[in-house]
Design a protein around this ligand. Structure first.
Ligand SMILES: [Fe+2]
Ligand SMILES: [Fe+2]
Length: 491
């Protein structure tokens, strides 16, 4: 068959991208399940039960489509079995975390059933080309994982081809349009980006349909009709994503990167209040966020969550900003008239106040974790030693944060980035050597204090975090020294 060179190239491109996607690890860390959202109770249906129920429903749907005869019964049984085995094998090998999450499995099954149902409606009343496989592939990729998004696009395209009397063109157009949006999934940063994704998907469909037209698969009339369906497909994709995505986000308690990006908007009322009422804390949070983001990247965990978690980690200081050193202008220290025990109580209270504020503003569980865990059960040395001077029997427990210790790698990164940023900012002359020593000491102390005992962080991770934080802090603070030296020299 003599295909034009551009079309051959396009097909080759799609196959390469598909193969790459299927073998690709999730770059931005796992999608997070927010355990305290409106659907606060995890759906406790064993994954196998969900799969069996879904397989039975899909089988019945196929039979209804193919006709009630013995050949259809057998053909549908073979097809559904092959699909089920293919899906479960892929998930067991590469998506073990998703398989353990019953919410995620139920979501996946609902997406499959809804997709097949809509496909059948589209096919019955117009054409399978209207069915927006790209919309469902995006939802699966964003709420579950990129790999599941690709698997979904593949499976739905196979279903579409099979249920349309084994039409290869239907399968191929759908699969390519699904992959076209998944290629750019990392670029989706706001909800309006879905429109351009829908556009790309429709354009890809039109291109592939044109390929089939030039291969004499359609008459001109059919060709124009299918092109019109592709335009309808674009509209349907945008509507489905914009309605189903927020619904599933809430119903299945999943925090997507889009949600995190929305939280990182500086117009968010909490961040705005922090900027006005506690400018020192605000600046410290921005610096901590930059450091934490790079450190999270260095160990391959969710850097966006680390950044957003750091933005909000100290919002509890909004209640008494003047009691925290970064907000003191130097005139008078409000801790002077207080006992060390009282001072430490005020400092410790920023954890509880922050968590309460975060809940009031509906922040997600993962962000609240960063707030509650960023000091772990560390001790407030300064006030403890001050208390010891007055009373040698002072209990160290009264000067410790209540915890919990970091439970995730991201929470551990926020903890370390927070301490390192504050310590290096307090250095009189933050030379590279001093920054290196300070960061190394902080990480060692937290490690020997057992602060990382509840999270799955490894020594290799800590080593990479240390290197990343040192490099971030040197690039910020050392540049400032050089600038100061230059400025002094010129005066
Ligand atoms: Fe703090
Ligand atoms: Fe902090």
């Amino acid at each position: 068959m003599n295909l034009p060179e551009t079309i051959k190239h396009k097909i080759r491109e799609y196959l390469i991208v598909f193969a790459r996607r299927l073998g690709e690890r999730k770059k931005q860390g796992p999608v997070i399940r927010n355990t305290k959202s409106i659907a606060s109770k995890e759906i406790k249906i064993p994954s196998l039960v969900s799969f069996i129920i879904t397989a039975i429903i899909v089988y019945i749907m196929c039979i209804m489509d193919m006709g009630f005869n013995s050949s259809a019964f057998v053909a549908a049984f073979i097809f559904v079995s092959v699909m089920a085995v293919f899906l479960i094998t892929q998930l067991r090998e590469r998506e073990t975390e998703t398989l353990k999450d019953s919410d995620a499995v139920v979501l996946m099954c609902i997406l499959l059933i809804t997709g097949i149902l809509l496909l059948q409606i589209a096919k019955e009343y117009a054409s399978p080309f209207i069915f927006p496989v790209s919309a469902f592939a995006i939802i699966a990729a964003m709420l579950l994982s990129v790999r599941i998004g690709v698997l979904y696009a593949l499976m739905m395209s196979l279903f579409a081809g099979m249920l349309s009397e084994m039409r290869f063109d239907v399968f191929f157009v759908m699969f390519c349009s699904g992959c076209a949006v998944i290629i750019n999934i990392e670029k989706i940063r706001k909800r309006s980006d879905f429109v351009s994704s829908g556009f790309k998907s429709a354009a890809t469909s039109m291109l592939i349909v044109s390929m089939f037209y030039f291969l004499d698969a359609y008459s001109l009339h059919e060709y124009l009709k299918i092109l019109f369906y592709c335009v309808l497909n674009f509209s349907a994709a945008v509507v489905i994503i914009l309605t189903l995505m927020p619904l599933f986000e809430k119903l299945f308690s999943r925090v997507t990167n889009i949600k995190l990006i929305e939280l990182s908007d500086f117009n968010n009322p909490l961040l705005k209040r922090l900027m006005v009422k506690a400018p020192g804390t605000y600046h410290h949070s921005l610096m901590t966020a930059t450091i934490a983001e790079s450190a999270a990247d260095a160990i391959g965990t969710n850097s966006l969550l680390a950044r957003v978690g750091a933005y909000y980690h100290d919002i509890g200081k909004l209640k008494n900003p003047e009691y925290f050193i970064e907000n003191q202008s130097g005139a008078e220290n409000p801790h002077d008239p207080l006992t060390p025990a009282m001072s430490s109580l005020i400092l410790i209270s920023h954890i509880k106040d922050g968590a309460a504020m975060a809940k009031k503003y509906n922040l997600d569980r993962e962000i609240i974790d960063c707030i509650e865990q960023h000091h772990g059960t560390t001790s407030i040395h300064f006030f403890y030693h001050k208390a010891l001077e007055a009373n040698p029997d002072a209990s160290p427990d009264s000067f410790r944060y209540p915890g919990p210790k970091p439970q995730s790698k991201v929470a551990a990164i926020v903890m370390v980035a927070d301490s390192c940023e504050a310590a290096v900012r307090a250095l009189e002359e933050p030379t590279p050597i001093r920054i290196q020593e300070t960061v190394g000491k902080i990480i060692n102390n937290k490690f020997t204090d057992g602060q990382f005992s509840d999270c799955p962080i490894t020594l290799k991770d800590l080593q990479n975090i240390r290197k990343s934080i040192i490099s971030s802090l040197i690039s910020v603070y050392h540049a400032r020294i050089e600038y100061k030296d230059d400025a002094n020299g010129s005066l």
